[in-house]
Design a binder for this molecule. Structure first.
Ligand code: TXA
Ligand code: MG
Length: 329
């Protein structure tokens, strides 16, 4: 199969619609990461997503809808605070887990009773969703376990030959996946941290928990139990207080004839003059936006990525650090 990358416009959206309505899957941009999309009511399309991505079938998918879509067609909203979240953060990088009405097929929700819903803010993605006017289920458009894609080229590198079409909507501005929030109980609970932070949710609705994912717990958001975000080269992670160890690991790698790169914020990089660097920027928004791009750049250039942790785990840093820990094993 030949995989084409087409700039997202009316023509390519019409082609995408044709592929999707005949049960096919495509690469689509969102403001967080690229998705591998299929029609959520078509169980064959959903099976195709799992097959193309190599994803375990017990890990459910997010249903993406346009901003004027009535999500009550798909899910039940049992708590009033959910309307506040929708009003404030949708469209945007927030995914709500709600009780499914069974419209989206059971394969997409891994046989469970809840459905995750998201309204991407990316204008091209909105145009596609509007044109199709049906929920598109989509995981990130990487091969299972690999780093998530933030450009059409990243999608191509993983899925070339496996899908017909990738809609190119430029580099994703957000850079890490949406916050997944369980809103089936009286207090919302974060299953996966992201750009909509615990603090932002608390400010709006008065409370917010973070799900603890312990080894023996019943798995709340199956995706978090899997190896994830791994670049194809070795990667290690140090605390921001361990810059001596970073330098040591770097020098050791060089002396072994390897090509190491240090991945860190611009500020921390001042300690590593003359070293190979993957710069993440300064603010937490910049770091989130650059994280996967730099991991994917790193796997091409480096034998070893030596990452330096963010200074704390509040706000967006929590989501960044969750990914970085997994990316570095
Ligand atoms: O930003 C994003 O969310 C991107 C873009 C493409 O929209 N999508 C994405 O999908 O990251 P994926 O499949 O890579 O991650 C979805 C996460 C997984 O951790 C999955 O377990 C969880 O959401 N999830 C999906 N449906 C769920 C449900 N019904 N209950 C609990 N967790 C769910
Ligand atoms: Mg993913």
């Amino acid at each position: 199969m030949i995989t084409r990358i087409e700039k997202i416009d009316d023509q390519s959206i019409a082609r995408a619609k044709q592929i999707l309505l005949s049960g096919g899957v495509i690469g689509m941009p969102t403001e967080t990461v690229y998705g591998l999309a299929g029609v959520g009511t078509d169980s064959n399309a959903v099976k195709e997503i799992y097959r193309v991505k190599g994803r375990p079938s017990d890990n459910p998918l997010i249903a993406h809808v346009h901003k004027d879509y009535d999500i009550k067609k798909l899910v039940e909203i049992e708590h009033q605070y959910v309307y506040k979240l929708i009003e404030k953060f949708m469209p945007g990088p927030l995914t709500l887990v709600l009780k499914s009405k069974g419209v989206v097929c059971k394969e997409a929700i891994a046989g469970g009773s809840t459905l995750a819903i998201r309204m991407p803010s990316h204008s091209g993605c909105q145009a596609l969703l509007k044109a199709i006017d049906m929920p598109l289920v989509a995981p990130s458009a990487n091969l299972s376990k690999h780093t998530s894609p933030v450009t059409a080229e990243h999608v191509y590198n993983d899925l070339n030959g496996r899908i017909e079409l990738i809609l190119d909507g430029g580099k994703c501005s957000g850079g890490i996946e949406s916050t997944v929030l369980d809103v089936t109980e009286s207090t919302p609970r974060i299953l996966r941290a992201g750009l909509i932070t615990k603090e932002m949710i608390e400010d709006l609705v008065g409370g917010c928990e973070i799900a603890k994912h312990k080894k023996d717990d019943k798995v709340l958001s199956p995706g978090v139990k899997y190896t994830h975000y791994r670049p194809k080269c070795d990667a290690m992670l140090f605390n921001d207080g361990e810059l001596d160890k970073v330098k040591l690991a770097y020098n050791q790698a060089v002396s072994q004839g390897k090509k190491p790169y240090i991945m860190c914020t611009d500020n921390v990089a001042k300690n590593f003059e003359g070293c190979n660097l993957l710069l993440l920027g300064s603010t937490e928004e910049e770091v989130a936006s650059n994280l996967y791009d730099k991991l994917l750049e790193g796997e091409k250039k480096a034998d070893l990525i030596i990452a330096v942790a963010m200074p704390d785990q509040t706000g967006i840093n929590l989501g960044i650090m969750n990914r970085l820990k997994k990316a570095c094993g």
